[in-house]
Design a protein around this ligand. Structure first.
Ligand code: SAH
Ligand code: SF4
Ligand code: F3S
Length: 475
């Protein structure tokens, strides 16, 4: 799953309307006693690293805290509870939390509760207490439902609390989710991963695959639509490996269609798809239902069969290209994006060139490329990793240069066309807006309209760069 969106123009601010912090949550918040170790009003600071699944988990964690009477603050200094929701996918990502925790070294404030959540918490467990003794909460993503109880114990004076089970399905339904993005609602439909790619920590940090019942998914989508959301994004590390545990046994493609049929829903996205489970019925569903957005994120990781085998990706280059041909055969043009790892142990120059040739062959709409990073517990950790860092950097730069050319050329062909955009950003500069097309492309555009946030606008593309499109509102 891509860790960040390509948001092209930094000057654009995404206006965040607190869709779910009003009414019900506020009422319950005041009914509760905001409690802290020193009896002051409870406040929390929450910083999130990693993928959209983590972003969404943080929305649930914030919901749990707000319903207990805590207020969210923007600086750790103002908070009685400081939480980091962490990512462990690459060494650098995992290091971030330790540098954050290091800021409290030497001056730990006894009255503050400092907690590590998410994938580093699950992976490192109680070792975190050894590295940073001022931490008092370590909790993986499968245990967030127990957070109120854990906080209660900490508030009552317990020194250390952990939540490290990782095979429950408790994370799917939380009473309150405080969604940050007022325009696109994230919804996890499958947790964990059973694929066991040789380089990847996710099966260890998020546990085995557990799918959420289709009835529960559809219930939440109906609630979201009633709250005014028109775009939902279904999440899972292997979202298309979804296996409905209810008697309805809905296939993933059937669930997509059922979500799209919920009144008020105009756009349905899903990420990340695993190539092995990407089947023809998903494309058929996209053909049948235009509300299914014209975008598939299909990580390939490498264009070389030898490397794919060493990575245990369970498909060959040829099989992957068959899936691409299937998507290209759809009635609409579907945007395809991917993830690639360069410098997997033993990757030769020839094997790397095969990845470049695959990029040229598929002509992706966006690429998220990473240098291989050895991770704890993973099978590839035992492999000799002789590729020097500079060589990995060179391969990464070559890959990105090729992709930039492809994206620029693809974007140029779109100049003159009109796309429907869900407007989600407003620039500080007058009359400038931004949003995503169904293909997930970012459009920055001008309009004389008074307020477009949250509406769908037809935008004519007037210019294009490698990362985004420029346009004007067609009134
Ligand atoms: N479930 C998704 C991806 C999850 S992680 C999938 O199967 O594709 C997001 C991306 O991080 C991966 O696609 C991969 O490109 C990258 N990644 C994962 N582990 C990595 C590692 N050890 N080193 C470098 N990149 C890695
Ligand atoms: Fe990691 Fe592979 Fe699972 Fe993706 S499919 S989360 S890369 S193990
Ligand atoms: Fe996501 Fe990072 Fe965990 S990519 S699943 S937060 S290791």
């Amino acid at each position: 799953m891509a860790e960040t969106f390509h948001v092209a123009v930094e000057t654009l601010t995404s206006a965040v309307r607190p869709v779910e912090t009003g009414g019900e949550v506020a009422a319950r918040a005041t009914a509760l006693r905001p409690v802290t170790r020193d009896g002051a009003a409870g406040t929390f600071f929450l910083e999130t690293f990693g993928c959209q699944m983590n972003d969404h988990d943080s929305e649930k964690v914030a919901g749990v805290l707000i319903s207990r009477g805590y207020q969210q603050v923007e600086k750790p200094a103002d908070a009685s509870v400081i939480l980091y929701n962490t990512c462990s996918i690459r060494e650098k990502a995992a290091q971030k939390v330790f540098s954050r925790l290091g800021e409290f070294r030497g001056s730990p404030d006894e009255r503050k509760i400092i907690g590590v959540l998410g994938c580093v918490a699950q992976q490192e467990g109680e070792d975190i207490f050894k590295r940073a003794p001022w931490v008092s909460l370590v909790c993986g993503s499968a245990s967030y439902r127990k957070l109120p109880e854990m906080l209660e114990r900490l508030e009552a004076g317990d020194r250390r609390v952990t939540g490290l089970d990782n095979d429950t399905d408790e994370t799917f339904e939380t009473e309150v989710t405080r969604r940050d993005n007022p325009f696109r609602a994230f919804l996890t439909i499958i947790e964990g991963c059973d694929k066991a790619c040789a380089y990847c920590v996710v099966p260890f940090t998020r546990g085995p695959e557990r799918s959420r019942g289709s009835d529960s998914v559809l219930r939440e989508v109906r609630e979201l639509a009633e709250r005014g959301y028109s775009e939902v994004q279904l999440l899972g590390q292997t979202v298309n490996s979804y296996a409905d545990p209810t008697h309805r046994k809905m296939k993933f493609s059937e669930l997509l269609l059922a979500v799209a049929a919920v009144p008020g829903i105009r756009r349905v996205r899903y990420t990340t798809s695993h190539p092995r489970d990407f089947s023809a019925d998903i494309v058929a569903a996209m053909d049948a239902e235009p509300k299914l957005c014209e975008h598939v994120h299909l990580p390939v990781q490498s264009g070389s069969n030898e490397i794919l085998r060493a990575m245990a990706r369970t498909y060959s280059r040829e099989e992957y290209l068959e899936k691409i041909a299937m998507i290209r055969g759809a009635r609409r043009e579907i945007s395809i994006t991917t993830d690639v790892i360069v410098g997997f142990p033993g990757e030769t120059e020839k094997e790397f060139q095969e990845t470049l040739s695959l990029l040229r062959e598929v002509r992706y709409d966006a690429l998220f490329a990473f240098k291989y990073s050895p991770r704890p517990n993973t099978p590839s950790l035992a492999l000799h990793d002789p590729i020097p860092e500079e060589e990995k950097s060179r391969r990464l730069a070559d890959l990105q240069a090729v992709q930039r050319q492809i994206q620029s050329a693809r974007h140029q062909t779109m100049v003159g066309s009109t796309m429907e955009v869900l407007v989600s950003g407003k620039s500080r500069r007058e009359n400038r807006w931004s949003g995503h097309a169904s293909s997930n492309r970012v459009l920055n555009f001008t309009s004389s309209a008074a307020d477009l946030l949250g509406t769908y606008a037809n935008v004519r593309v007037t210019d294009a760069g490698p990362a985004s499109l420029i346009g004007e509102h067609v009134l």
